[in-house]
Design a protein around this ligand. Sequence first.
Ligand code: CU
Ligand code: ZN
Length: 195
Amino acid sequence: MGRSTIRVALLAAGCAALAGCQTMRDTADSVGTAVSNGWDKLWGSSGNVAVAEVKPTQGSTVSGKVEFKQSGSVVRVSVDLTGFAPGSGHGFHVHERGDCSAPDAMSAGGHFNPEGAAHGSFDHPPHHAGDLPNLKADDKGQVHTTFEVTYLSVGSGGSDVAGRSVVVHRDADDYKSQPAGNSGPRLACGVIVEK
Ligand code: CU
Ligand code: ZN
């Protein structure tokens, strides 16, 4: 069973735990907030933030910052990186170990995979918890983007990114080759630290 299916079930449980949830006649916004609050009670995770200072591996020029911010069941990922070839595409993942000490960042281990899933695409199961969308550099060789995922958490829970690492690869992830999408060597790495 994929992560998103599990989350849907838990979200429903959070709603059921709230008194009056089923009879609520408020606006859609209020209902959404109530469901988020139910989620936060289950997981103790409201607005938690973690940041990775991303440093180049040996021979690379890629560096910058990645931020993970949880709001209810959603984690917003903000990416600001420079030093790419203009227009290039790059695999981007959360890796298992918060250790970027090796010159090639192999110390970060494989993709963060608490559920023992296969590698895949972020937008449909099965995939690793650490599988994220490819990054696309602009004509200045920079990436400034944000996206949201529902299968990670920040500061608690089984898919907590804190203490892991983010890794940027030389090549784009094909979203299917095992175990890591054939995205080539590691260009940059940053340990994810909870704020
Ligand atoms: Cu990776
Ligand atoms: Zn993966």
